[in-house]
Ligand binder design. Structure first.
Ligand SMILES: Nc1ncnc2c1ncn2[C@@H]1O[C@H](COP(=O)(O)OP(=O)(O)OP(=O)(O)O)[C@@H](O)[C@H]1O
Ligand SMILES: [Mg+2]
Length: 276
């Protein structure tokens, strides 16, 4: 779906190399999380994925189309949609369904097709009941789901979400993550998620860790998120379940420390206590 070949990005204003020699392939239908501390280059990398930024060195291909070629930009942007942190900055209309229609209208589609796409997109994010509502009266999680519907209505094959849950409370975060997971699993939309939440990373197929513009680790969530020292070096926390199990293991309890989720954590502790 997306192939990044030895790509670097240097901001012309500052001369800062935000992405350095990155090689990464994202398969169709995959759910990839990018983790990394503030300033490690995650957002810059995200912007290389649909040609918002062009690599100053190396290449980025979307469905084998080079992002550096002007004629590819439109087809690339219609395949890779972006969702950002602040839903307020992404909502443009005063009625939910008009907002979702904005993208398809810009594609110049016939009005019947727009209608169908808007309804399907609002249903996909479970916001159809709110189609006539004013976006500014919705909760943060609802607004972010409307923003996602606006992207889905463009029928992209991939969505890149840059900290979509950063401004949301736990309920809003769950709503958005449930939506993202459903789009990935049921609609087979490729997902690239940037987040600081380990529980969100744990839901993905593959986790990438960035530091100073480099990819410093890559693997399944369990592989990546149970390497405490490597995570600490990248200024990231271990998942709470893993941290608890590591502390229990250090205290002499025979628990499995290669675990990232709460349920498996509870099972491991119960087994260690002889309670099946
Ligand atoms: N427009 C810009 N001009 C110059 N430098 C920039 C610009 N945007 C980002 N940078 C720099 O590039 C580096 C990477 O920034 P980027 O926004 O990609 O990091 P990030 O991993 O997304 O961080 P965060 O977790 O805070 O969102 C940082 O050192 C940042 O200061
Ligand atoms: Mg960022």
């Amino acid at each position: 779906m997306i192939r990044i070949e030895n790509a670097s990005y240097i901001y012309p204003e500052s001369g800062h190399a935000a992405v350095c020699g990155v090689n990464l392939t994202i398969q169709k239908g995959e759910f990839v999380t990018i983790l990394g501390h503030n300033g490690s280059g995650k957002s810059t990398l995200a912007k290389l994925l649909n040609g918002v930024l062009l690599p100053t060195e190396g290449k980025v291909f979307v469905c084998d189309m080079d992002t550096a070629l002007e004629e590819n930009i439109f087809p690339i942007r219609s395949r890779v949609g972006m969702v950002f942190q602040n839903p307020d900055n992404q909502i443009v209309a005063t009625v939910v369904e008009e907002d979702v229609a904005f993208g398809p209208e810009n594609l110049g589609l016939p009005s019947e097709e727009i209608r169908e796409r808007v309804d399907a997109a609002l249903r996909a994010v479970d916001m159809y009941a709110y189609r006539k509502h004013a976006p500014h009266l919705l909760s943060g999680g609802q607004k972010q789901r409307v923003a996602i519907a606006g992207i889905i209505a463009m029928k992209p094959s991939c969505i890149v979400l840059d900290e979509p849950t950063a401004m949301l409370d736990p309920v809003g975060r769950k709503e958005v993550m449930d939506t993202v997971l459903r789009l990935n699993r049921e609609e087979e939309i490729t997902v690239v998620l940037i987040t600081h939440f380990m529980q969100e990373a744990a839901l993905s197929d593959r986790v990438i860790v960035t530091e100073n513009g480099h990819i410093i680790d890559e693997g399944t969530p369990t592989e990546v998120l149970t390497k405490r020292e490597k995570l600490q070096k990248a200024r990231l926390d271990s998942p709470l379940a893993t941290e608890l199990l590591e502390n229990l293991a250090e205290a002499g309890m025979p628990v499995d420390t290669k675990i990232i989720d709460v349920e498996a954590c509870v099972n491991s502790i119960c087994t260690a206590l002889g309670k099946e």
